[in-house]
Write a protein that binds this ligand. Structure first.
Ligand code: UDP
Ligand code: MG
Length: 318
């Protein structure tokens, strides 16, 4: 079997004008590196001539492989199919719209190889050529993600990244989680860093993600953080919330009861409602947490990739 060094994963959705130029720039950047590589073009259900364009490229260049969805499934799905098909020791992802610069790939490789122990190097579009309506919310998004996840990156969702193949085999990218691959990798103990990269204006076609991306991204972040901490112990979160509500409600009711013994009527006091609400929601949190524990039963925090040098016993009788 051939030992591929590099697999370049290129998800595309209606990028017919950019693809030939992208192929040219990739070829230029990679042949100078002198390494064995493959170009994995993932067609995410394009409805323009993108697929035909790549087919033509494939005729002329044996580095090119084309994988096509029958319909649009989103960038995360496209990436995860690319990750599965990749044969290289290192996997590079790059957007197909020419906004990422292929000539940065050798720098990414260098960073991965030189700086001891990094498993993922994420591009950082330090000078970004996108409209302000995208740059500002994106900055907020990145700040919040860095703060809450504790990973000091400036640009989580850069299309240009390099991974050791253990990472691409370990992370599960679905839904719209491509925005959080560094977080997913970090959750599994991989070491993540970043490198400033050149970014370019979009010349052809248009962006596939509207402003809703930021709301969606926020939901995904909540999910991930919850999973990161409480996947296998949901009661620790819901129980704490329940306890707060219960203590709060109980304190109010005790206060009212003492008043009642002193002859103050309870039934018409707003505080009474709040106290009852505290008890009821406290109990509900507990029940939710216990249900969560039943769902979590027997789960380990997902696919826990072992280090490459682990001694794994072959299965009995297998
Ligand atoms: N893309 C994709 N499937 C989709 C949407 C986008 O494969 O459903 C690809 C797209 O063709 C491009 C990359 O993902 O190669 C990044 O998309 P885009 O440039 O629209 O995102 P932006 O630069 O605006 O963040
Ligand atoms: Mg783009």
């Amino acid at each position: 079997m051939t030992n591929y060094v590099l697999s370049i994963v290129i998800p595309f959705y209606n990028e017919e004008e950019s693809l030939p130029e992208l192929h040219r720039q990739l070829t230029e950047a990679l042949t100078s590196s002198g390494q064995l590589y493959e170009l994995l073009f993932i067609d995410d259900g394009s409805t323009d001539r993108s697929r035909e364009v790549v087919s033509v490229l494939r005729e002329a260049d044996s580095h090119v492989r084309l994988l096509s969805f029958r319909r649009n499934h989103g960038k995360s799905a496209a990436l995860s199919v690319g990750f599965r098909a990749a044969r290289g020791r290192y996997v590079v992802t790059i957007d197909a719209d020419l906004q990422d610069d292929p000539s940065e790939i050798p720098n990414l490789i260098k960073k991965l190889e030189l700086e001891e122990g990094y498993d993922l190097v994420s591009g950082w579009k330090r000078v970004r050529h996108d409209p302000l309506t995208k740059r500002i919310p994106s900055r907020v998004f990145n700040r919040v993600t860095a703060l809450l996840s504790g990973i000091p990156l400036h640009d989580f969702n850069c299309g240009l990244k390099i991974y050791r193949s253990e990472v691409t085999r370990g992370v599960r990218v679905f839904g719209e989680r491509h925005r959080f691959i560094p977080v997913l990798a970090h959750m599994q103990g991989f070491r993540v860093t970043e490198l400033p990269v050149n970014h370019r204006r979009r010349l052809y076609g248009r962006t596939k993600f509207g402003i809703y991306r930021f709301i969606a991204g926020f939901f995904d972040l909540i999910t991930l953080l919850f999973r990161m901490k409480f996947l296998t112990k949901p009661l620790h979160l819901f129980g704490s919330l329940g306890l707060i509500c219960l203590v709060f409600g109980l304190a109010i009711l005790i206060y009212l009861t003492i008043g009642w013994f002193h002859g103050r009527w309870i039934g018409n006091r707003p505080l009474f409602l709040i106290g009852v609400l505290g008890i009821v929601s406290g109990l509900q949190f507990f029940i939710l947490g216990l249900l969560g524990e039943m769902i979590a039963e027997g789960r380990t925090p997902e696919e826990l990739p072992l280090r490459e040098d682990s001694d794994i016993q072959p299965p009995e009788g297998g």
